[in-house]
Design a protein around this ligand. Structure first.
Ligand code: WQD
Length: 353
């Protein structure tokens, strides 16, 4: 049986870590990534870790002819994992049409090819953002989707609903929607990790870039929320745990264990941690003192969310291995590694301010 998996967004943060996990679990992988928000240099790290050369198609998935050509060239694809999308919440508020076009057209083209080439398994990168500001936490997969907080979140909600409709009309493909919480950290080798193209928005890279001096001071966006220390609560999930969830989701479908042809799983640690606790975990783990200040709330921030991950544990056999200290330790090692990197890796501008 073929073990060939097509991974869109394979040179990105979660995509590259998933390539490693898939290879280590016996899959053959091909990547499709136009590198508009990532660097092909990340595949060097994947190759160093796995010893495997990775083929990447530098194709814009919004172009149906170029996308279709990949499927024509690669027969017997057993599954598609679709990461490729823009994901900066703030940018999506400023440029909603860019997000609607890029994230939705690429998904439609991928689904069209999945249908036309009878690809049996499909895993979609979704997000806890589909829950909006939940009334009750932790959230389960039955927690209703609420008004998205941003156009980015809306593209994830629309993506989920499109796949649900696709599944209802097409029983030849089995789909899984993985709702990520807050991906963070890096592979233990420090050869791959998160590489924000411009100034990072997400907390963990802001922490490590502040610690290494690329960012002069971190602002905590609000400490007057109704939480135990006033700062927001999040569910930080190690990127390697998240990557492994994709391999297990594919195994689950290939082994025919799915109960329907469209299932949803929360992929979060199940632990809610505040922003201030995350900063403290970084300082305790690395011994680095962080220069931060309390500032105003960030519009659109969800006050508190974390996962009930029982379903993924029970059905997929997925058990998160890493905790917040592993996240901060690995993120810091990665930050120190890219600081020393030669520029030939075509890494985006590392000096941010
Ligand atoms: C986390 C907390 C900030 C930066 C987003 C997407 C989600 C997923 C992960 C893709 C918040 C606070 C942050 C800073 C801060 N994306 N913060 N100072 O917004 O929870 O989730 O990224 O899969 O879909 O919505 O992540 O890391 O931006 O923020 O205080 O400089 O850290 O206010 O409370 P978020 P984040």
């Amino acid at each position: 049986m073929s073990k060939k998996v097509l991974v869109t967004g394979g040179t990105g943060y979660i995509g590259s870590h998933t390539l490693v996990d898939l290879i280590e679990n016996g899959y053959d992988v091909i990547s499709v990534d136009n590198n508009s928000r990532s660097t092909i240099g990340m595949l060097e790290g994947v190759e160093k870790i796995t010893g495997k050369k990775i083929k990447n198609y530098k194709v814009d998935l919004c172009n149906i002819d170029e996308t279709r050509a990949i499927f024509e060239e690669n027969s017997s694809i057993i599954g598609v994992i679709h990461f490729a999308a823009y994901k900066a919440v703030g940018e999506s508020v400023e440029k909603p049409l860019l997000y609607f076009h890029n994230n939705m057209q690429s998904l439609i083209n991928v689904m069209q090819c999945i249908q036309d080439f009878n690809i049996p398994n499909f895993v979609f990168s979704s997000s806890c953002t589909v829950y909006g500001n939940p009334d009750k936490i932790p959230v389960t997969e039955e927690t209703p989707r609420k008004q998205a907080e941003s156009p980015y979140g809306l593209t994830k909600q629309m993506g989920e609903q499109m796949i649900e409709s696709f599944a209802a009309s097409n029983n030849k493909t089995n789909s899984i929607l993985l709702r990520y919480f807050n991906p963070a950290g890096a592979h233990a080798s420090a050869l791959i990790g998160e590489l924000p193209i411009d100034r990072p928005q997400n907390l963990t890279p802001v922490i490590t870039q502040t610690a290494i001096g690329k960012i002069s001071q971190l602002t905590v966006f609000g400490n007057d929320y109704a939480t135990r220390d006033g700062s927001c609560i999040r569910d930080m999930i190690h990127v390697c745990d998240l990557a492994h969830a994709h391999t297990l989701a594919l195994n689950y479908l290939i082994e025919g264990k799915n109960k329907s042809n469209c299932e949803v799983f929360n992929i979060g640690s199940g632990d809610g941690i505040t922003v201030l606790e995350s900063i403290k975990a970084f300082e305790e783990t690395t011994g680095e003192k962080l220069n931060y200040v309390i500032g105003p709330r960030r519009p659109g921030d969800v006050i508190a969310i974390y996962a009930n991950n029982d379903k993924a544990k029970k059905e997929l056999g997925w058990i998160p291995k890493y905790d917040i200290k592993d996240i901060m330790h690995s993120a810091w090692k990665w930050e120190q590694y890219i600081e020393k990197l030669p520029t030939h890796l075509d890494l985006p501008n590392k000096r941010l301010n």
